[in-house]
Design a protein around this ligand. Structure first.
Ligand code: AHM
Ligand code: MG
Length: 352
């Protein structure tokens, strides 16, 4: 009689249990029902966009017309890079044939982009920042893509996306893709935060870390100190505090996704506060700060404007910006304590 087959414990065996993104999403939802199938298909499409963008980035220095500026400015008045447009269009084209998403909204487009053929069935909206940290693109440093999925509420007949003016709790899922030494996809559907690494030889995102928890305190503070004299006193006092206390290190890459990834995995705090030129800061609520707030809360951390939780902020318009303080609970609380102290002192001064 033949013995039962035993897989060899050798070079032929898999390095690890190769759990793909699709399988992970379905397992998370404990269901093969329509919503679970939709979310899994949505994540699959986002992964495809990530692979296409990663491939383009890896060869950009060898291609004509992949790097540099287009000469246009976007709705925010920022100079647009060719890579911003490439990545924006990649997301549109992968969702065009999906039947899942009726519209996409990104910081590169004035108004949401409609895919009319999907609208009768596709009741989801994808909000995204196609290339976050685009100043890094031309010098071969880290960049990312940020995404968030919301259910479409109503018909949005005038196509302005007015139903998107709701707080971060309306997000069904959020995440980012970090284009670094390896391409990493981090996502949450409200059941923890999970990281996948792209195995280029398989063309698949494979589970690397499940249920990431951000430490309650970490050594990193991440902020553009070039803006020091444009900040309010409270933020200046916070940075003076970390300069004078042992155990803090400054790390700032110029790409939010990269800086956030460090904080998510090792703890600490990232800040982009308001400045005299931009009192609401630089980062956009719907495409950047609300998705990352969703993730950090799922990982046990916090995201705040300094006065309220980011998840509770109601946007007044789709491209609204917010000050952003995100990371470990203790470190976010420390920044907030400086802001609250200053507010208290100001109101005492005003009342005397
Ligand atoms: P972008 O999405 O247009 O690239 O802008 C967002 C980026 C973030 O990735 C980063 O944290 C920040 O802008 C850097 O801005 P600054 O150069 O003002 O520090
Ligand atoms: Mg951008």
């Amino acid at each position: 009689m033949m013995a039962d087959y035993q897989p060899a414990d050798s070079g032929f065996a898999l390095d690890r249990d190769c759990k793909t993104l699709t399988r992970h999403v379905l397992e998370q939802l404990h269901s093969f029902g329509p919503e679970a199938q939709d979310l899994s298909a949505l994540m699959n499409r986002i992964a495809l966009a990530g692979k296409l963008i990663a491939r383009h980035l890896s060869r950009a220095g060898l291609m004509e017309s992949a790097l540099g500026f287009t000469g246009e400015t976007n709705v925010q008045g920022e100079a647009v890079k060719k890579m911003d447009i490439y990545a924006n269009d990649v997301f549109i084209s992968v969702f065009k044939q999906s039947g899942l998403v009726c519209r996409l909204a990104s910081e590169e487009m004035d108004k949401p982009y409609y895919i009319p053929e999907n609208c009768p069935i596709g009741r989801y909206t994808l909000l995204y920042d196609p290339i976050d940290g685009s100043s890094n693109v031309d010098i071969n440093l880290n960049v990312g893509s940020i995404f968030s999925i919301r259910r479409q509420q109503g018909d949005d007949l005038d196509h302005t996306g007015a139903d998107l003016l709701q707080d971060g709790h309306q997000q069904l899922a959020a995440g980012y893709i970090l284009y670094g030494p390896s391409t990493v996809l981090v996502y949450s559907i409200g059941r923890g935060v999970h990281a996948f690494v792209l195995d280029p030889s398989l063309g698949e995102f494979i589970l690397a870390t499940e249920d990431i928890r951000v430490p309650s305190h970490g050594p990193t503070y991440s902020v553009n100190e070039g803006n020091f004299w444009q900040w309010e006193d409270a933020i200046r006092d916070f940075t003076r505090y970390v300069h004078r206390h042992d155990g803090y290190s400054a790390r700032y890459t110029g790409a939010l996704v990269a800086d956030f990834h460090r904080i998510l995995t090792q703890g600490g705090v990232f800040l982009y506060p308001g400045t005299t030129k931009k009192p609401e800061g630089k980062l956009r609520l719907l495409y950047e700060t609300a998705p990352l707030a969703f993730l950090i809360e799922q990982a046990g951390g916090r995201a705040s404007t300094g006065h309220e939780d980011i998840m509770g902020v109601m946007p007044g318009e789709i491209h609204q910006r917010t000050p952003f303080i995100v990371g470990s609970t203790d470190d976010v609380a420390l920044v907030e304590s400086f802001i609250q102290d200053h507010s208290r002192r100001q109101s005492t001064l005003l009342s005397t």
